[in-house]
Design a protein around this ligand. Sequence first.
Ligand code: FAD
Ligand code: NAD
Length: 471
Amino acid sequence: MQQFDVIIIGAGPAGYVAAIRCAQSGLKTACVDKWLNQDGKPSPGGTCLNVGCIPSKALLESSALFDQVNNDYAAHGINCETVELDLATMMKRKNKIVTDLTSGISTLFSANKIKQFTGHAKLLKDKLVEIQLNGKTETIKGVSIILAPGSTPRELDNIKFNHTTIVDSSDALSFNKVPEKLGIIGSGVIGLELGSVWNRLGSEVTILEALPDFLPGADKKLARQALSLYKKQGLQFNFNALVKNVAPEKNKITVEFELKGENNKMVFDKLIVAVGRQANTLSICAEDTGLEIDKQGKIVVNEKCLTNLPRVYAIGDAVRGPMLAHKGSEEGIMVANIIAGHYAHLNYDTIPFVIYTHPEIAWCGLTEEQLKQNGTQYNSGQFSFAANGRARAAGQTHGFVKILADKKTDRILGVHILGEQASELIAQAVVAMEFNSSSEDLAMTLYAHPSLSESIHEAALDVNNQAIHKA
Ligand code: FAD
Ligand code: NAD
């Protein structure tokens, strides 16, 4: 039987990063993953690389270009008479990015001498791992185990995926035709990102959201402004919508839902169900291992990602906390460092959240609503991109930067951005907060002109009412 210092189950951004860091520390490392591509070849990288972060961002980029040519170029004096969509080429480009990156993981595994196993892995007692592929079973043994099985789209009890008319996010990354009428259940991150892609490519998009509020976890003012921009782009929202029944036919689907006490009916070509994700823990371990799994199906871990079993760790989407690739990767590095005997720590308070719509939404730390709720006294500084020279030059003037700082210490407690390149700008906030910076630290920092980043500078100055370009 092959023996390893560490066996990692799952090669998503949590598992493959953990594997690389284990190997870098000189540990004999194996990583097992079951994902196969359309050719039946191993495709490490998990949800993120295969059907998540990367393919969705590829389509967001392509669809944004299509939208810009159609709607923004004329203002720059560029007239394009015939603009045609070649969806097959757009999809081919997206698929190539996925193949290049997933095969890149295999290259990294080889370079780091990580033994890559393909198949479904199950944790047995005594840190044995059983791997099954095509009816064959192999068992390997580890000194330490890292469980990183990730998650899959959550299915609603009354709306089962048929993958033709009722689809999940993976299906919605590979439509071969732009749906004329697209329904989406859930106005969360996936609903907004994939809704934006297909809206830009020509679909009439209707979103049905159960909650009364839009993005309840985001800054209230930011969410309000973003919602109004999305509506202008053509996305239609129904809040407090209770989907009661769906009737799929061959090429369309009728959705019955209750809105403000009234029954409504809409017919779509496709219905994306994007109501959250479920941890992949159903068959991750044999019952006699005694691994603790909570009611939501997540593996129970402490702050260092240790499960209730000695030397068995769990990371990524399968454990508590936000389901984000970078959170899983950092947990992977923390756990690998612990196994290698080093000090390790992860600051969960500075995880950035990004929604890759146009404009983008990004934040780090607490919102005003959360600060009020926990009774923290704070100062707030805000600056609009409309007053930023670079944003004006680019014609991307929507949104603002908001910085929240402790009233007494001036320490930055939260940064919220709606605007062009918010996903890039938020990194400054993460670094500042990781270093426990004050808003004055950012206010005293020198920024290149003209740049979108100057809005962060101005928002920091505004915390003490000293913004320069604000009337
Ligand atoms: P996964 O990426 O789910 O990987 C788990 C791996 O384990 C998979 O390869 C799976 O096949 C394998 N596995 C599971 N069980 C077993 C088993 N028993 N044996 C062997 N292998 C097994 N996050 C962001 O941070 N930014 C984004 O922009 C972003 N965009 C997204 C867009 C979409 C459409 C979706 C669906 C998700 C997106 N996410 C994004 C979320 C992100 O993809 C996940 O948070 C991330 O992939 C979780 O990483 P993970 O390693 O925990 O799990
Ligand atoms: P989500 O939790 O972001 O949003 C789900 C939405 O569906 C919520 O607004 C919820 O109220 C609504 N909902 C739930 N049940 C419903 C019902 N029965 N009817 C109507 N609405 C209902 O989940 P998601 O959009 O599916 O995304 C899943 C995960 O993937 C998220 O945790 C997210 O972190 C991750 N993700 C991240 C990114 C990113 O970082 N840019 C992009 C995509 C996905």
